[in-house]
Each structure stands twice: as structure tokens, then as C-alpha cells.
Design a protein around this ligand. Structure first.
Ligand SMILES: Cc1ncc(COP(=O)(O)O)c(C=O)c1O
Length: 436
């Protein structure tokens, strides 16, 4: 343990019950491969890749060395009107993985920042084309697009929104894509494509030419792995094309192999205009996010700017930070050299077999899984969320790291997991929920 502490008072932890945590803390002091170690020396197998961040496993020395070397050579430089070579190399690598003509990449530091960036790009794109009346943004119920103002506004997680006023104006929400009849279905649900017509209804009601962008996760991750019904994303694309609306896919979770393909857009074969990504971009090692856009968007915006003027009045002090770029290049190199996206694809079948075997437990009310991403709904115990809250502790005690969202368990193993690791994860998960 590098920094032992006896004082847990002063860190205000995110998305946590600070009071409760500090009475009985769960500190993680080491992460290696697919395992964490707690401050009591207890090993936990990681069934959620940190927080969907670390498909190549924890504390990869290749990434640590690349970051160390970069920090020794140049730990910081100002990213406005100057740049450093690693950022161009990383952008080139992202382009090689991104589908279609998503050829230009802007860097940020978190998924939330990537979302704000993408939405501003969409508004700007229309504005410079003389369609500044396109100010509406369309999101979806049960969507998660981070915690910043535009992100929570287009997002559809009630607890993240209800205390923070009105959010940004002009936001419309489509219905989410989960329906009763999908319960325990496997793969993409057969029914529900027509839910995309909510976007058409907004066009009918408000005028399609008032809408700048529609943002969705290919698979809604944070609200429990909601898989798009067959034809749904295709239909969204069609409506966007008809009305000149930009389609943004938020791939902060789905990107970089989680669905067994480079991106969710690749897996579902639907081309977005913009993709947001973060988490696995650096294997979770250094905060970094990216927004990759089509040639059309980049060129329209940069061509509209004066020859000697800024094209996008937006950026972060730490955009394309040298250490983050080094980490990103090292992570993408590992994915490529170890064929990890293909490995995720190969593991999908054994993963889903083990996942759907949980169906025999009476507390399990639905299971959804695709790629190496799954949601398992547990029947509530009294107040909604109470069981999920308890489950965080129970999984920790049992020695398996998972993520609970309300009463839904999220599972997303690292791609370097072996089948024996999957066995162990599901054995421990079953051990906990079979007691409910
Ligand atoms: C789809 C999606 N968008 C945005 C975010 C926000 O990312 P961050 O927590 O890095 O700000 C997340 C985080 O889980 C996410 O899943």
C-alpha cells in the first residue's frame, strides 16, 4: 500500500454514501490482471473491468512504462495552438478503428466531457451551415451520458437529474427500448424497432429542422444493458437522414471491443456521425476521452472559420495530455497485438452461457447480455435500490467486484479473463444472489 491512511474524512467520494462508507470502508489497494486486492489483503476477482475501463486487465506494465517515459520527456504542454506528436498518432489509431468516415478526433478527459464536446460540435456544425435554428437535442429515457449539464439533460436517469434544476433547454427524450416481452430474450430483441419512431414524432411536432442531434448509447450500459431491438438503430439512422439530424453514438462503454467489435456501431452496422468514447481508450489507466467525427463535420466547421481564426471555441487544459496519449497508444497497441477484441468475441458464447444459467434463481427477474456486457435484474427488497445497495457490500465480502445500478447487477469481465475466471466470477455472483 503506497499511501497508508487513517483519515478517511476529507475525500468526498463520487456516487457514494459517504457517511455509510466511512463507517465500514472498502478500500482497494492493488489491481493486477483480473484481480483487485482490498486493504485487508482480500482478493476480489474483477467482473466489471474496473468500471468497464480495463479490458486488458489492471496495471499493465506496458502502459505504465509508456506513461513514465512520456512524463520524463515532457509532462505537460499547452494544447491550444500547439500540439505534440503523440496526439496525432493516437488520433490516427482511433481513425483506424472507427467505422466509415469518422476520421477526425478531438480529445477530452472523461466521458462526460466527450458528451458535452459532441453536443457542442453538433450545434456548431448546424450553425455554420446557416441552420442555427437547430437547437433541440434528443436523448432517451434510461440513457446515461455523464454528469455534466448537457449530459444529464439528454440522459434519462432520474436520480442524476431531479435535484439539479432544469438542465439545458430544448431537450426531448425518446422512450427507452426495454419492454416486458423482452424478458430473458437472448441477443437483440425481435420487437421494439418502432420505438425509434419517437424521433419521427418529435420531428412532426417540433419540425425536424429544429433538431440538431440525437444521442444514444448503442447498448444502454449504465441503466442495465438495454440492447437495441432489431432494426431500431437502423430506423433512427433513417429518420436522422431524412431530417438532417446528426446521430451521436455514445460509446463510452461499448467502444473498444466490449461488444466483440471495435465499436457498437460496427457490431450493429449502423453508421453514426459522431462517436464519443473514454474508459477503455487508455485501459482505464489515465483519464482520457475522445470524440470522433465524420469528415463532413470536421471540414464544414474548419472550413467555415477564418484562415487565421479559431474554428472551435472549446477545449480543455488537459485535452490530449501527453501522458494520456502515451497511455492510449500503449493500450491500443495491447488490444491489437493480443487480438483482444476478437478474444472478447470468442468469450461471448461462454460468457452468455454462464450468465443465462442464473435464470433459475427466483430473485432474478430478467437477464440481458451481449458481447461481454450484461445486466441482471434482481427483484427489489422493499424500497427500490435497497437490495442493490446491500448487494455492493455482499459482492465485496464474497470477493467479486461488480457494479450495481438500482437493483440491477452489471457484469463486464476483462477480455483477458479465462473461462476459469468466468467460472469463478459466476460462482461468486451466484453464491451472493442465491441467498436473496
Ligand atoms: C455512455 C456513457 N457516457 C458517458 C459516461 C460518463 O463518463 P465519465 O464518468 O468518464 O464522465 C459514461 C460513464 O459510464 C457512459 O457510460
Amino acid at each position: 500500500m503506497r499511501y497508508p491512511t487513517n483519515d478517511l474524512e476529507h475525500h468526498w467520494m463520487p456516487f457514494s454514501s459517504n457517511k455509510d462508507f466511512k463507517k465500514e470502508p472498502r478500500l482497494i489497494v492493488e489491481g493486477k490482471g483480473v484481480h483487485f486486492t482490498s486493504h485487508h489483503g482480500k482478493e476480489l476477482i474483477d467482473a466489471v473491468s474496473g468500471l468497464f475501463c480495463s479490458p486488458a486487465g489492471h496495471s499493465r506494465p506496458e502502459i505504465a512504462e509508456a506513461v513514465y517515459e512520456q512524463l520524463k520527456e515532457m509532462s505537460y504542454m499547452p494544447p491550444f495552438q500547439h500540439a505534440h506528436p503523440a496526439s496525432f498518432e493516437l488520433a490516427r489509431r482511433v481513425k483506424a478503428l472507427a467505422p466509415g468516415d469518422l476520421d477526425y478526433t478531438f480529445f477530452a478527459n472523461s466521458g462526460s466531457e466527450a458528451v458535452e464536446t459532441a453536443l457542442k460540435m453538433a450545434l456548431l456544425y448546424h450553425r455554420v451551415r446557416g441552420e442555427g435554428q437547430r437547437m433541440r437535442l434528443v436523448g432517451r429515457e434510461r440513457g446515461y451520458h455523464g454528469v455534466n449539464f448537457a449530459g444529464f439533460s439528454v440522459g434519462g436517469m432520474v436520480k442524476n437529474r431531479e435535484m439539479y434544476g432544469l438542465g439545458v433547454p430544448g431537450v426531448l427524450h425518446m422512450r427507452h427500448t426495454w419492454t416486458e416481452e423482452q424478458r430473458f430474450s437472448k441477443g437483440q430483441p425481435e420487437n421494439g424497432a418502432e420505438l425509434a419512431d419517437d424521433l419521427q414524432r418529435f420531428c412532426d411536432l417540433h419540425g425536424g429542422d429544429t433538431i440538431a442531434a440525437c444521442i444514444v448509447e448503442p447498448v444502454a450500459g449504465s441503466t442495465g444493458c438495454l440492447i437495441p431491438p432489431k432494426g431500431y438503430l437502423e430506423r433512427l439512422r433513417e429518420i436522422c437522414d431524412t431530417h438532417g439530424i446528426l446521430l451521436i453514438m455514445d460509446e463510452v462503454i461499448c467502444g473498444f471491443g466490449r461488444l466483440g467489435s471495435n465499436f457498437g456501431a460496427t457490431r450493429f452496422d449502423v453508421q453514426p456521425d459522431i462517436i464519443t468514447m473514454a474508459k477503455a481508450l487508455t485501459n482505464g489507466s489515465i483519464p482520457m476521452a475522445a470524440v470522433t467525427v465524420s469528415d463532413k463535420i470536421y471540414k464544414t466547421i474548419t472550413d467555415a472559420a477564418p484562415e487565421k481564426g479559431v474554428d472551435f471555441f472549446h477545449g480543455y487544459t488537459y485535452s490530449a495530455h501527453p501522458a494520456a496519449c502515451a497511455a492510449g497508444i500503449a493500450a491500443l497497441t495491447i488490444y491489437e497485438e493480443e487480438g483482444l477484441f476478437d478474444r472478447a468475441k470468442q468469450l461471448e458464447k461462454p460468457f452468455l452461457e454462464r450468465l443465462y444459467a442464473l435464470q433459475d434463481l427466483s430473485v432474478v427477474t430478467d437477464i440481458r447480455g451481449i458481447g461481454l456486457l450484461a445486466g441482471v435484474d434482481l427483484a427489489p427488497d422493499g424500497n427500490p435500490g435497497a437490495r442493490g445497495y446491500q448487494a455492493v457490500r455482499d459482492f465485496y465480502e464474497a470477493g467479486v467486484m461488480t457494479k450495481m445500478t438500482g437493483d440491477t447487477l452489471l457484469i463486464a469481465p476483462p477480455f483477458v479473463s479465462t473461462e476459469a475466471d468466468l467460472d469463478r466470477m459466476f460462482e461468486l455472483i451466484r453464491g451472493v444472489i442465491s441467498k436473496y
